[in-house]
Write a protein that binds this ligand. Structure first.
Ligand SMILES: NC(=O)c1ccc[n+]([C@@H]2O[C@H](COP(=O)([O-])OP(=O)(O)OC[C@H]3O[C@@H](n4cnc5c(N)ncnc54)[C@H](O)[C@@H]3O)[C@@H](O)[C@H]2O)c1
Length: 458
């Protein structure tokens, strides 16, 4: 079959893989190839065991792979044949040099730009899918224009708003698709080409088009606002614990105000994931760069608050468990940064485990999907941490359970059986407020939720 256009995606990660799988699934008239420097990842994408876990992903890949969806380690061949190149490489926080700890590390992005320039012999549309500092497209354009071969590239911004754990549903039915382009004839023509792809399944009114800089900045802003809501409700959770107010009731009450809305108001041990912290710190860096110190401080406090909330969780464990947890086994329920993913990047569970280790406790981690990642994240402490996929194993001889991920599996466990397996007094610290606290108390547990009264047996 002759394809309408050939799409390439550079970067086969949590974004590139699922995004391209859905584009290929919805647009059989396009050939979609995903490449990566990580050969093992490409092999996994070509195997029955995909490199990432996402509900529904297997079925989408199954339908499209080999038909119009291909995974390859041959980056140059992919670039050569592509008409449209999505760049979805990682843009972590820089950990060296100027801006260390705040700025985005753009070396992977720049490498791809240079590779595209090196290999291309005809015009192409380049689409920034990675989350980038505002005005990165300008740097991309300058690199791509840096040789006199005369090949023209249009650089567009198309940030991705999917959330891990619901990536396929988000991609198939997005709130919006955002596209930013230059206001030139060529920029607008390129824009129309990308709109045409999404229009295969996204209603036209949900495809938003803006200038490039608004598009780039909207992604950082969206993540900053989402994270800010979590930090805001978490500040209130601490106040609730002092005042007998109940944070879930407060969240429900304020969420009924249509100006506030009910989503993303769940108090917890804190937010995690590869993006929120990184993107806010990037925003902070940009603000400082432009001399907007008050703006920078405002957003930085969202991250500071999140760190505080994570440490506070173990602080409360210590207080309730008689000011010592040295030598005590603590079953850590969940290591993924959220439910329905195996991703552990910036997971609050890691902070909790590190704090437990600092107190000489013995963390026993259980998670349905993230045990391999947990082992990797704790490679320096494998002799002091235990891992098991079976929660009933994890609680044997434990003094406490610390719920760090809102996996529904944990809600359905037999807590009478678990209570019998634990040391007494047995504690549950519910860092996600997902369990039935009254029921646990009746079973015999001391229960310490987030942002509401503890249930303690005397
Ligand atoms: N993970 C999310 O939920 C999410 C959501 C929206 C946006 N984003 C953004 O999307 C981007 C990608 O995130 P991710 O989570 O998919 O990252 P990831 O680390 O899972 O994947 C990035 C991939 O790019 C590959 N890569 C790096 N340099 C390369 C090069 N020069 N050539 C070819 N491949 C290269 C890496 O090997 C890796 O497999 C980031 O900018 C992130 O901020 C992520």
């Amino acid at each position: 079959m002759a394809f309408r256009k050939r799409i390439l995606c550079i970067g086969a990660g949590y974004v590139g893989g699922p995004t391209m799988a859905v584009i290929a699934d919805k647009c059989p008239q396009y050939k979609v190839t995903v490449v990566d420097i990580n050969r093992a990842r490409i092999e996994a994408w070509n195997s029955p065991n995909l490199p990432i876990y996402e509900p529904g992903l297997d079925a989408v890949v199954e339908r499209a792979r080999g038909r119009n969806l291909f995974f390859s380690a041959n980056i140059d061949a992919g670039i050569r044949e592509a008409d449209i190149i999505f760049v979805s490489v990682n843009t972590p926080t820089k950990n060296f040099g100027q801006g260390a700890g705040y700025a985005s590390d753009l070396q992977y992005l720049e490498q791809t730009a240079r590779r595209i320039l090196e290999v291309s012999d005809r015009p192409k549309i380049i689409v920034e899918k990675s989350t980038l500092p505002v005005r990165t497209a300008e740097a991309m354009e300058r690199i791509l224009d840096s040789t006199p071969r005369g090949v023209h590239f249009d650089v567009l911004s198309n940030p991705e708003f999917l959330a891990e754990g619901s990536a396929i549903a988000d991609l198939e039915n997005p709130d919006r698709v955002l596209l930013g382009a230059r206001d030139t004839a060529s920029g607008q023509k390129a824009l129309a080409e990308i709109v045409r792809i999404y229009a295969n399944w996204v209603p036209r009114e949900r495809i938003l088009t803006t200038n490039v800089w608004s598009s780039e900045l909207s992604k950082l802003t969206a993540n900053a606002f989402l994270a800010q809501r979590i930090s805001s409700i978490n500040t209130i959770s601490a106040l609730c614990e002092r005042t007998e107010a109940n944070v879930d009731e407060v969240a429900f009450a304020i969420g009924r105000d249509s100006r506030i809305g009910p989503k993303f108001l769940k108090a917890s041990v804190g937010f995690g994931g590869s993006c929120f912290k990184k993107d806010i710190l990037n925003l902070v860096y940009l603000c400082r760069h432009y001399g907007l110190m008050e703006v920078a401080d405002y957003w930085e406090s969202v991250v500071r608050l999140n760190d505080w909330q994570q440490h506070r969780f173990v602080g409360r464990m210590l207080t309730h468990m008689f000011n010592t947890i040295a030598g005590k086994r603590v079953a850590v329920f969940g290591f993924a940064f959220k439910a329905d993913t195996g991703d552990t990047r910036e997971t609050p569970a890691l902070t909790v485990v590190r704090d437990l280790l600092a107190e000489h406790a013995v963390p026993v981690i259980t998670d349905p999907k993230a045990i391999p990642e947990a082992r990797h994240d704790l490679a320096d402490a494998l002799d002091r941490v235990e891992f098991t996929e079976d929660p009933y194993e994890a609680v044997k001889g434990a003094h406490a359970i610390a719920v760090c991920t809102e996996w529904q599996q944990f809600v359905r466990l037999d807590y009478a059986k678990i209570f019998a397996l634990m040391r007494k007094p047995a504690f549950v610290f519910d860092g996600r407020n997902i369990l039935d606290h009254r029921k646990l108390y009746d079973v015999g547990f001391n229960v310490v939720p987030i942002g509401k009264a503890e249930l303690i047996h005397h």
